[in-house]
Write a protein that binds this ligand. Structure first.
Ligand SMILES: Nc1ncnc2c1ncn2[C@@H]1O[C@H](COP(=O)(O)OP(=O)(O)O)[C@@H](O)[C@H]1O
Ligand SMILES: [Mg+2]
Length: 382
């Protein structure tokens, strides 16, 4: 089922203080979720993710704009008529009911033509339980299950009505790290098997990147970028998106473009023909640094470095060997954060005893952002 959000806006009256006006939790959202895809809504706490889900499931009415499921305009349809399955962070299972009774619960309230026989209900519940692999737990109560198992029950309960779309609001947040990883892969598998159009909300960029077909990056109620995870990582539209995706995070420096050359401090780090003179933020992904291997005396280096193009020098503060990779921690006066982090392959060499480390920069891992607007500057050469 394709889902379309059309100029969707939700405003709340502002609470507390004397503040006048309103909070725009969702500001003019327009996008289409293709049939059968898993879309990740990603953004920091308070950016409007839950509000968007609640608009989709019908718990909230939009201030303006429309929602379509397929060709049906569902904007004014009550929640129970939308055919939506919801999964929340806190599972929300009934503690006094068994797993089976919890899964059956949504079916028992079906009315009229939708009403199922006892046998049909049991068949549906068994199928849903099998899908999430909890068939052997049907007689237990939620208190006798691990967090991961409880969340599976919640997913089975959301699937048992065979929803048109599945909405999940931070479903993994209550699980410990290992279970989170495992359950995330389970959700991916279940979604692929059922092909139910799914919206998955998280503030965790790694989770969103790994599970989603498409991610929607949000900030303060405004969509920043929509795309495949890798596309958004490789071509962020602005500094916020660049900083929000990636671990370790992107390194940001103050720099300037003069005469087609990018300068950070006194060094011409890269040639950027076609970019007009201006002040910029320079974002460099941790994997964009290549240590320069040289056998020149440090004095000769220093003479070279001012005029030479394509080199970026930092003060070395640590080298951490992590098996497959080496993590280099360094300091640079133009950096926006106290230390910068580069990741290089374990086969490369950096002398942990040296005071300075020199890099060349991979152009495809370097982004320029206008210092005022923070939007990315695209140039043919970048
Ligand atoms: N019922 C409400 N009344 C007033 N403000 C709300 C209400 N629900 C959410 N908000 C506000 O809307 C914004 C978005 O909230 P929410 O959608 O819960 O964000 P997220 O799920 O991304 O953390 C926040 O500023 C929040 O305080
Ligand atoms: Mg939320």
């Amino acid at each position: 089922m394709k889902v379309t959000l059309q100029n969707l806006t939700k405003k709340f009256p502002s609470r507390g203080r004397k503040a006048r006006g309103e909070v725009t939790a969702v500001d003019d959202f327009s996008f289409e979720i293709p049939d059968g895809k898993l879309v990740g809504l990603l953004g920091p706490s308070g950016c409007g993710k839950s509000t968007t889900l609640n608009l989709l499931c019908g718990l909230l009415k939009p201030t303006s704009g429309r929602i379509f499921f397929g060709e049906d305009d569902v904007t004014n349809l009550p929640a129970e008529k939308r055919g939506v399955g919801m999964v929340f962070q806190n599972y929300a299972l009934y503690p006094h009911l068994t797993v089976l009774q919890n899964i059956l619960f949504p079916l028992e309230n079906l009315k009229g033509a939708a009403k199922l026989s006892k046998a049909e209900m049991r068949k549906r519940a068994d199928e849903a339980a099998k899908l999430v692999q909890i068939s052997e737990l049907m007689d237990r109560r939620p208190g006798e299950l691990s967090g991961g198992q409880q969340q599976r029950v919640a997913i089975a309960r959301a699937l048992v009505k065979i929803p048109r779309i599945l909405l999940m609001d931070e479903p993994l947040s209550n699980l410990d790290a290992r279970l989170r990883l495992q359950t995330r892969e389970e959700i991916r598998r279940i979604q692929r098997e059922t092909k139910i159009t799914t919206v998955f909300v998280t503030h965790d960029q790694e989770e969103a990147m790994s599970i989603s077909d498409i991610i929607v990056v949000m900030k303060e109620g405004v969509i920043q970028q929509i795309g495949k995870p890798q596309e958004v990582y490789d071509t962020p539209v602005n500094l916020f998106v660049a900083k929000f995706l990636g671990t370790p995070p992107i390194n940001v420096f103050r720099g300037s473009v003069r005469g087609g050359k990018l300068w950070i401090g006194k060094e011409n780090v890269l040639d950027v023909p076609g970019v007009s003179d201006r002040e910029v933020y320079v974002g460099i992904r941790p994997e964009g640094f290549i240590p320069v291997q040289e056998n020149i005396s440090s004095e000769a280096l220093r003479e070279k470095s001012d005029a030479d193009s394509g080199v970026f020098s930092c003060r070395l503060s640590g080298v951490e060997v992590m098996g497959r990779d080496i993590s280099i921690v360094a300091v640079h006066e133009a950096s926006e954060s106290p230390s910068i982090r580069a990741i290089i392959g374990a086969e490369q060499r950096v002398d942990p005893g040296s005071a300075e480390v020199r890099f060349s920069i991979r152009p495809d891992k370097l982004f320029l952002f206008d210092r005022e607007t923070e939007t990315r500057i695209s140039a043919v050469s970048l």
